[in-house]
Design a protein around this ligand. Structure first.
Ligand code: AMP
Length: 623
């Protein structure tokens, strides 16, 4: 089931969407049939299906799995065993996800055909946008897009993030509108491996074409805000380049230089004056509208963990609509927003039934009652702030068209690329239906408490890192009695904040003055102990700032508990939240801070390596 969509034909694209959503069930059955027929003889499926490719047997015999269950297969592929252990189609690359397993990025199999499926997905977004916003063909899009480092597996397969894979593909290079020159960033600037040169050149090209720009964006809100911060730091130099017609010397990437020189072809002192005038104003409120005056909207994902950036984006954009168009992952691209101009909190995604076979694990039966009864101190129900996994993993999955409005589910996918009944880890709630296709609001990622950019830190990751840092202070006679955390995004880049309540082992009432060197060491030890995606964001992407520890005075966590109880948490079930999301709860802690310390070192990061394993599988060894 590989569909095509001509993005220039709005009426046909919208008709196709109507067909897909009206026939969601039939399309899903066809997708499953196709996946099973193609892959029934893979080692993985054969073990469960024994050659039978029916839906019933599939649902009864093939287990719902987590990443840890499929790691042995992924490792074998990485080490050169044939793709057909999991997929009939050749696996052409592994996609490194921002989720981690054992501290390393997870890796999802992908195929050449999957790139075409992604191209379809991007194409069908276009008619939706054109239906809601007129005249987008009258100007350009300033999309700031970046690639990330990639590695090669011992068997020579490339492993890289999904967007890097797509931007390097011919599908991206040959995207339908590219030939009409509608993007301000030349492909060479997007594909530049040096992220600083890439950012500088893309912003320069965006500024040079400012009067043509009708929409601006990046994939995630965090990346767009990072670009604004970069502009704040570099606008003088950018203006100098525009004034003189000369690109800065430190842009050394030959392809970037070449591509930019075609746009920066002569001195433009008038344009430089204008940009300087806007950027040197006292406030940067509404700077997007000022620099790109024809902009109709900002296209960035602002759902899920990105919702924390909405107010900052509103400040810089001067109230332009924030448009979250799609919901996707390394495993598979899932769904699109059919009402792109709705408010961020109302965004729902309609899963496209042709992208994969979707199943849903009900999270909890009586969620509505729980929602009302147990409002905890984060201003969210316990369901949304700490769902008890035990309660749903044993349930039967529900098919796409059978989910119920208001119910919460975890998404499970069976893809065309070798994942079968795989738990994505995202919790979604059904908000309604478009024809027979359900629409979902993204609630949260299972087990993630802290996230600034693409990092996803779980409660367990945090506990392990804090435990490591405790080893620095415990020999000095300190006890850490409580801790919690929050993602501080008031500055760009945002950073992790930990609140620690400390006391002395000997004298529990008095806390002596804390040695900054020791406390900074604690900050660093936490950072060193967090996973590789966090450390990459800190060291390479610089999309997360230095971690901060705020030491709070004795009794602060009792005050936090009192606050949570006053907000409706139950006394019996009270557990210190390991991550604080509500402003009021943060205030309770902040008003009792006695000292603050920041990490002075940047944690180490190296592109991860996939170890070459003995290529003999157990089966061969037995022989
Ligand atoms: P990755 O596999 O690294 O690309 O990360 C994919 C994950 O990012 C998804 O499973 C979601 O948890 C999150 N994500 C992707 N798109 C969205 C979205 N539109 N809204 C909220 N979260 C998203």
């Amino acid at each position: 089931m590989l569909l095509t969509c001509d993005p220039t034909d709005t009426a046909a694209g919208m008709r196709l969407l109507e067909d897909l959503t009206t026939n969601a069930n039939q399309v899903q059955q066809q997708v499953l049939k196709e996946i099973l027929t193609q892959n029934a003889n893979t080692e993985y499926l054969k073990a469960f299906l024994d050659g039978h490719a029916t839906k019933n047997i599939f649902k009864n015999k093939v287990p719902v799995v987590n990443y840890e269950d499929i790691v042995p297969y992924i490792d074998r592929i990485a080490n050169g065993e044939p793709s057909d252990i999991i997929s009939a189609q050749p696996i052409t690359e592994l996609l490194t996800s921002s989720g981690t397993s054992g501290g390393q990025p997870k890796m999802m199999p992908s195929t050449a055909q999957e790139l075409d499926r992604k191209a379809f997905f991007y194409n069908i977004l276009v008619p939706v946008m054109n239906t809601y916003v007129e005249g987008l063909d009258q100007g350009k899009a300033m999309y700031l897009l970046f690639i990330k480092p990639e590695i090669s597996t011992p068997a020579g397969l490339v492993a890289r993030p999904v967007l890097t894979s797509y931007y390097k593909s011919s599908n991206f290079r040959d995207r339908p509108f590219n030939k009409f020159n509608v993007y301000t960033s030349p492909d060479e600037t997007i594909l530049c491996p040096d992220s600083k040169q890439s950012m500088y050149c893309q912003l320069l090209c965006g500024l040079l074409q400012r009067t043509e720009v009708l929409r601006v964006g990046a994939v995630f809100a965090s990346a767009f805000l990072r670009a604004i911060k970069f502009l704040e730091n570099h606008w003088r130099e950018l203006c100098l380049n525009i004034r003189t017609g000369q690109l800065s010397d430190w842009i050394t990437d030959p392809s970037c230089k070449n591509a930019v020189s075609l746009i920066l072809s002569k001195p433009m002192p008038g344009l430089a004056d204008l940009i300087e005038h806007e950027c040197s104003g006292i406030s940067w409120e509404g700077i997007i509208r000022k620099l790109w005056p024809r902009t109709k909207y900002v296209e960035v994902i602002v759902t899920g963990s990105m919702a924390q950036y909405i107010s900052t984006l509103e400040f810089y954009s001067g109230g332009l609509p924030l448009v979250s168009t799609m919901y996707a992952s390394s495993e598979c691209y899932f769904g699109i927003n059919l009402k792109p101009l709705c408010k961020p909190r109302d965004v729902s995604y309609t899963l496209l039934p042709n992208m994969a076979y979707f199943e849903f694990l009900p999270v909890i039966e009586d969620h509505e009652e729980k929602m009302q009864e147990e409002v905890c101190c984060n201003g969210k129900s316990d369901l949304e702030s700490g769902i008890n996994e035990e309660e749903w993993v044993k349930s039967e999955t529900v098919d796409l068209v059978n989910v119920k409005v208001g119910h919460y589910y975890e998404l499970v996918v069976t893809t065309f690329t070798g994942l079968y009944r795989y738990r994505v880890g995202d919790i979604l709630v059904v908000t309604g239906f478009h024809n027979s296709a359900p629409q979902f609001r993204f609630v949260q990622r299972r087990n993630v408490v802290l996230s600034i950019d693409t990092d996803k830190t779980s409660e367990e990751d945090l506990l392990n890192a804090v435990t490591e840092a405790k080893l620095v202070i415990e020999p000095l006679g300190f006890l850490m009695t409580e801790y919690t955390s929050y993602a501080d995004t008031t500055s760009i880049p945002g950073h992790y904040v930990l609140f620690w309540e400390l006391q002395m082992r000997e004298n529990t009432d008095q806390l002596p003055e804390l040695d900054p060197v020791v406390m900074e060491q604690c900050c660093y030890r936490v950072e060193e102990s967090l996973d590789s995606v966090y450390r990459r964001c800190r060291r390479k992407d610089k999309s997360i700032g230095p971690l901060e520890i705020r030491v709070v005075k004795h009794g602060t966590f009792d005050a936090l508990m009192d606050f949570c109880l006053s907000q409706g948490s139950s006394v019996n079930q009270y557990k210190t939240p390991r991550c604080i999301k509500s402003e009021e709860a943060t205030k309770v802690l902040d008003s009792r801070v006695v000292a603050r310390f920041f990490s002075k070192n940047v944690p180490s990061w190296e592109p991860f390596r996939i170890e070459a394993k003995n290529l003999l599988s157990d089966r061969h060894r037995a022989v």
